[in-house]
Design a protein around this ligand. Structure first.
Ligand code: GCW
Length: 701
């Protein structure tokens, strides 16, 4: 019944939406949009005949997409069939070169995007190929504030919220939301949390819920569910109650009424995301209750509506000896205590989206509670939207990391996607990098991170190379001189695709090298996290917000001792892995200073001292960026002028940034190592004194 009503509502909006879709496609012709159209470049379509027995809303969108973007055989007939197939899971589908079969309408639309992607990237379709999603919910988390600003957003203000103007909804807003939804659907993203996890209680005000409805009505066109982050003390701060204790009857009643109000406006509302008792946010612990008490209270309330509660495990308090241990310590004892519509959202690493972290030990360890990984698409710690860093490599490394929890091969991917544990709900989240900038993400290559998140959420087995290949081809192939000429195509692949892909695939390691190699972490400049700040330690700041807490540099060496003789964090991993990590001789060197405090003259496996190796790593990071600059310049004739110049300019800045990192970190650490920078390496170009007082965010602009 509820579903029927929803369908009715959808039909009502379908007409409006089609006008909008038309508008948004038209604008591609009327306005030079630069790279606003992302990887969905407008093509001159080849004619195609699409046949569908039943035409639901998403099937109609699929037909339109196929007709407008077909790049397969001319005059082919494509059949769309909604018919269950045992091998097809959720909104997956079965493909041939000219048919799509799926369990539901949405599967047909995903199938259409896949078929088009194969055509544009020259990948063959195997007859009867089954393409299933790894996770049921593939969600972008927007850290958008109601005033329009975005926490850790580097691409302009929010596309959803506008401060005072939150109540006016323009055609332009709707057009943008629709384009956003289409881009997401094309890569398989099916959910958006519309506001910051540091949530204002006002998000649940009547006005803002009207706006939620307006957004949800548009996003639904492409199968995107809307979710909200909520503030745990909303009953007090918005509702005027005396307490927000999750076990208090009035509090429960308040949430029930609010939830009812939301579902009356948005019948397919996805549910709540909660950051509780973390970084000053309120939570159930304020009332002596547990995270499970808080999550379960909300879960019971959204359950009748099929809603989900995503409860974040990003918790740490200033008094504990090791921040890296805290999420595990707090959440593991709660395993099995959550309702079945709660899913615990865990950041990929135990600390905080660092350039490189080992995976959080919660993955695989919580066996009776579904966990959803949270990765950060926005580049808080990886150069904002100034630096070219392809994050797919980081996420691939994370998803493929072995937890050993159920024997060898228990990768993070498999512990979260239902292939090892029998989770009822599976999901993954990415902190969005989308804003009002005309190219959405700030840096042209930051679009690739949005793309990669969606693709990995759909298929956690993809390689970064495959993803880079796809993205580059869809984004830049309009510059092939003649697409029908195989020679021109292979020339483009050789001279553009291969070198551009190389830059992307090396970019993450380069960033690690010039910022935080060998397991160093969180040695950023304070607050904005752009640039180095190993020295940053204001007297009044809690120590776990200062870099010296993390690098522990001293005369006797550098690194955080998390072994048995230190904080013992390594023992939070499965014994098979803990043994490897605990032993300095077997610990992977990429995590050396994460787990060990090591003497400056410690011998690395290549025979160099730790100090020399550190110098080499920083130096190689700088050199890699210089190579990217050269490689990029050679691609000029294959890229439109604006994009070419913008990337060129940003790479120039990235090179200066890398130099600042290298000089800042090495000169600062040298005060403790008292060893020379190997003479064969280039000398620092900055003075430490200058670097201590400069702000890289301003200086290298
Ligand atoms: O990475 C840190 C950020 C905060 C963020 C927090 C979190 C939304 O510096 O800006 O707050 O993590 O994930 O909750």
């Amino acid at each position: 019944m509820k579903y029927l009503k929803l369908l009715y509502k959808m039909k009502k909006t379908v007409a409006q939406i089609f006008v909008l879709i038309g508008l948004c496609q038209l604008s591609l012709f009327t306005k030079a949009q630069g790279d606003h159209d992302l990887w969905l470049k407008k093509v001159t379509p080849v004619s195609v005949n699409v046949v569908a027995a039943k035409k639901g809303a998403f099937v109609n969108v699929a037909i339109q997409e196929l007709q407008q973007n077909w790049a397969g055989k001319a005059n082919a007939t494509v059949t769309l069939l909604v018919k269950p197939d045992v091998a097809v899971k959720d909104d997956g589908f079965k493909l041939t070169a000219n048919s799509i079969q799926a369990n539901n309408d949405m599967g047909i639309l995903y199938g259409a995007y896949e078929l088009l992607r194969r055509q544009q990237t020259g990948q063959l379709v195997n007859n009867g190929e089954i393409v299933n999603p790894s996770y049921q919910q593939r969600i972008l988390n927007h850290w958008d504030n109601l005033d329009g600003s975005i926490e850790r957003g580097y691409a302009g203000n929010s596309i959803f919220w506008k401060g005072d103007k939150n109540t006016t909804i323009t055609d332009n807003d709707k057009k943008l939301w629709l384009e956003y939804a289409r881009a997401n659907a094309s890569i398989g993203v099916n959910g958006s949390v519309l506001n910051n996890v540091n949530a204002s209680p006002q998000i649940l005000s009547a006005d803002n819920l009207q706006r939620l409805k307006a957004i949800a009505d548009v996003l639904r066109t492409y199968g995107i569910k809307s979710y909200l982050s909520v503030n745990f003390s909303s009953p007090v701060r918005l509702g005027g109650l005396k307490t927000s204790d999750p076990l208090d009857a009035n509090v429960i009643e308040w949430w029930k009424t609010k939830t009812k109000e939301i579902y009356a406006l948005v019948p397919d509302f996805g549910g709540f995301l909660v950051k509780a008792n973390s970084e000053g946010q309120p939570g159930p612990q304020d009332f002596g209750r547990t995270h499970a008490d808080g999550a379960n209270m909300l879960a019971d309330i959204v359950k009748p509506y099929n809603g989900l509660v995503m409860w974040r495990a990003f918790v740490y308090n200033p008094n504990d000896k090791d921040r890296a241990k805290q999420a595990y310590n707090e959440f593991l004892p709660l395993d099995g205590k959550f309702r079945d519509n709660v899913i615990v959202q865990v950041k990929n690493g135990p600390i905080d989206f660092q350039p490189r972290e080992p995976f959080s030990p919660l993955f695989g360890a919580m066996k009776q509670t579904p966990l959803m990984a949270e990765v950060q698409v926005t580049q808080e710690y990886l150069g904002h939207s100034e630096q070219l860093v392809f994050l797919s490599s980081l996420w691939e490394e994370f998803l493929k990391a072995d937890t050993y929890q159920e024997g060898k091969g228990s990768t993070v991917a498999r512990t979260t996607d239902g292939s090892i544990y029998n989770q009822k709900n599976t999901a993954i989240a990415g902190v969005a990098n989308v804003g009002l900038d005309s190219n959405w993400c700030g840096h042209p290559f930051a679009q690739a991170n949005w793309y990669a998140f969606g693709r990995l959420a759909w298929n956690n087995n993809l390689t970064s190379e495959q993803i880079a290949n796809e993205w580059l081809q869809q984004t830049f192939s309009s510059n092939i001189s003649d697409k029908n000429n195989p020679l021109a195509v292979s020339e483009w692949q050789r001279n553009f695709l291969v070198p551009a892909k190389k830059i992307m695939l090396e970019s993450h390691e380069a960033a690690v090298n010039y910022s935080m190699p060998l397991g160093l972490h969180h040695i950023f400049a304070g607050n904005h996290h752009y640039g180095p700040g190993p020295w940053y330690a204001p007297k009044n700041l809690r120590v776990d917000w200062t870099p010296p807490y993390y690098h522990q540099a001293a005369a006797n060496g550098i690194g955080f001792n998390r072994t048995k003789s230190g904080t013992d964090a390594a023992d939070q991993y499965h014994p098979a892995l803990a043994a490897t990590l605990n032993d300095v001789n077997t610990c992977p060197e990429v995590y050396l200073l994460w787990f060990h405090h090591v003497a400056w003259d410690y011998k690395m496996r290549n025979g160099k001292t730790l100090w020399d190796e550190l110098c080499y790593k920083y130096d190689s990071g700088v050199k890699q960026v210089r190579e990217f600059q050269k490689d990029w310049d050679a691609l000029e004739r294959y890229v439109d002028k604006n994009t070419f110049l913008e990337v060129q300019r940003k790479l120039k800045r990235q090179e200066k940034d890398a130099q600042v990192y290298k000089d800042g970190c090495l000169l600062y650490f040298q005060q403790y190592s008292k060893m020379p920078i190997p003479y064969e390496l280039e000398r620092p170009v900055y003075d430490l004194k200058y670097l201590l007082s400069m702000d890289m965010l301003d200086v290298n602009k």
